[in-house]
Design a binder for this molecule. Structure first.
Ligand SMILES: Cc1ncc(COP(=O)(O)O)c(C=O)c1O
Length: 516
């Protein structure tokens, strides 16, 4: 296959990657959690096979090209292991406060207790291959009932529509592998959940094609990213540009509620997504992993509640075989480590394609049935979700009161586990910040490489001070200077993390005294 010309996204990353590599590469790699960016975004292995670093890994470790590329550029987790293995606690004051990952530890005790009490080993079902890699019948039935009832599904979902995966990352990988060929693209509105890049690229070599909003009529700020008309134009523009660049787009993938923005899409926008996919023969994949991580925020007077695409009547809008819902235990059930997720689809071909490789990685049925027991216990779920929501409100108040007290702006949200914090003022001149002129922080600005460096520097200082936060650029926003900070952790950890964050900001401000 001839090497494809880099896409717009890749070109943007190329400039970043070249910049990273030519400046503080070690720091950048550490903060990004992987070694570099460009080949990680490039879906065409042919074009990275000649990369000197890939070649040297290939020769040194006797790897395949794809193995060498993944090792050289796409191993997000390996480099993070050390800091993740040393989390802060009152008993470990020298540990790192991890506010970078989308984890909700507020109800860990309750989940642990439930699992201990419900764990029940049935040899016939749990110590055999049982019903195989599509998942335990019990969990699939419980999941179907959960979706029908709690997602207000228009149609009756049965266990035949559910395929269980070890976490949602695995579901995204599996569905990508099932519907895309190498080099194809999936449209995702920007900013986007950074894990989508990993899930879509690392095995399938499929491209993330970001949907951009800057310059789209009606777009003036983050709120507009949820409007149907703005999305309609942005999607059409992105699809046209992808076609011009020779990319075969196969699907639209959205996160609803949105990661990293923490808001829900209204039904009109979801309908627009479905209609766009229907008209263009694309799959519509709706990742609804934060469906029950929505909470009241009095600062948003008319919040958009969560609506699942299952609740919409999309008859005649999109072929039901092209619509897929993803859900998992990681966020709403506070159990990232359980590795539990599922795809809900009417498409038997996708079920078969995913099940054909499901034997390589399935979560044990004994654990699947433990999650099923949770979902089946409606009273427990009700109590759990209410208690969790109250704790989320408390921590959200805590983080936003802290940010406000110290004059740090942020985007108000009412869903998800994190706050999108605005540090753009630390990237521009003092006079620009005073006039709220942030045109220079756009990723298309000539200052982009310098702004990226500053963003990395802020994250680096935070790490040095013992708190990990996520620099915005990993989510591909259209501006530099944003950071994602998780608030769903214990009170003491949040307090400690925020104090370390503030100390880091002061350090950055002292470093940039000379800015005029
Ligand atoms: C939108 C979204 N989808 C999927 C995932 C992956 O979740 P899992 O832990 O189930 O793999 C995450 C995790 O942060 C997420 O934010």
């Amino acid at each position: 296959m001839p090497a494809a010309a880099p896409t717009r996204v890749e070109r943007a990353f190329l400039s970043k990657a070249q910049f990273l590599i030519s400046t503080s590469s070690k720091v950048a790699f550490h903060i990004l959690g992987c070694r570099a960016v460009l080949p990680a975004m490039n879906s065409n292995l042919g074009s990275v096979a000649n990369d000197a670093h890939v070649q040297s890994m290939l020769n040194k470790y006797h790897l395949s090209t794809r193995g060498a590329c993944n090792y050289a550029y796409r191993d997000v987790w390996g480099p993070r292991e050390k800091s993740m293995g040393d989390p802060w606690s009152p008993a470990n004051p020298a540990g790192t406060v991890i506010l970078r990952l989308a984890e909700n530890s507020l109800m860990h005790k309750e989940v642990g207790e439930f699992l201990r009490a419900q764990m029940n080993v049935s040899p016939v079902e749990h110590l055999t291959y049982s019903t195989g890699p599509r998942g335990s019948r019990r969990l699939r039935r419980a999941a179907a009932a959960f979706l029908t009832e709690r997602f207000h599904s228009q149609k009756h979902t049965t266990y035949h529509n559910i395929l269980v995966t070890p976490g949602l990352a695995s579901a995204i990988d599996g569905i990508t592998f099932a519907i895309c060929n190498e080099g194809d693209g999936i449209l995702i509105p920007q900013p986007l959940y950074n894990g989508f890049k990993v899930d879509i690229l690392n095995r399938s070599n499929v491209r993330v094609v970001g949907v951009k909003y800057e310059g789209i009529e009606g777009f003036t700020g983050l709120d507009d990213l949820f409007l149907p008309d703005v999305n309609k134009v942005a999607l059409e523009t992105a699809l046209r540009q992808a076609k011009d660049e020779g990319i075969n787009i196969r699907a639209l993938l959205v996160s609803n509620p949105h990661n990293p923005l923490g808001r829900c899409y209204p039904p009109e926008t979801l309908r627009e997504f479905a209609s766009f996919c229907g008209k263009n023969d694309l799959h519509f994949i709706s990742d609804e992993i934060y469906a029950f991580s929505v909470f009241p925020n009095p600062k948003i007077p008319k919040p958009t509640p969560f609506t699942s695409i299952l609740a919409l009547n999309l008859h005649g809008v999109i072929d039901p075989a092209r619509m897929h819902i993803l859900y998992g235990a990681s966020k709403d059930f506070c159990a990232n480590g359980l590795r539990m997720g599922f795809v809900c689809t009417n498409n038997e071909g996708i079920m078969g394609a995913m099940s054909s490789i499901g034997i390589f990685s399935w979560s044990p049925h004994v654990l699947q049935d433990a999650w099923a027991a949770m979902m089946e216990d409606k009273q427990w779920v009700e109590r759990f979700m209410t208690q969790k929501r109250d704790l989320m409100v408390d921590r959200y108040k805590m983080i936003t009161a802290f940010l406000s007290k110290h004059g740090i702006p942020y985007y108000e949200m009412n869903a998800g586990l994190f706050v999108w914090v605005d540090l753009r003022h630390l990237l521009v001149s003092k006079s620009s910040a005073q006039q709220s002129d942030y045109s220079a922080v756009r990723v298309t600005s000539p200052d982009a490489p310098v702004n990226l460096q500053r963003e990395l520097r802020i994250a680096e200082i935070c790490v040095k001070n013992g708190v990990m936060i996520a620099p915005g650029h990993v989510y591909l926003p259209e501006e530099h200077g944003w950071f994602r900070i998780t608030f769903t952790v214990g009170k003491e950890a949040l307090e400690e993390g925020l104090n370390r964050f503030l100390a880091s900001i002061k350090e950055i401000e002292a470093e940039s005294q000379d800015r005029i």
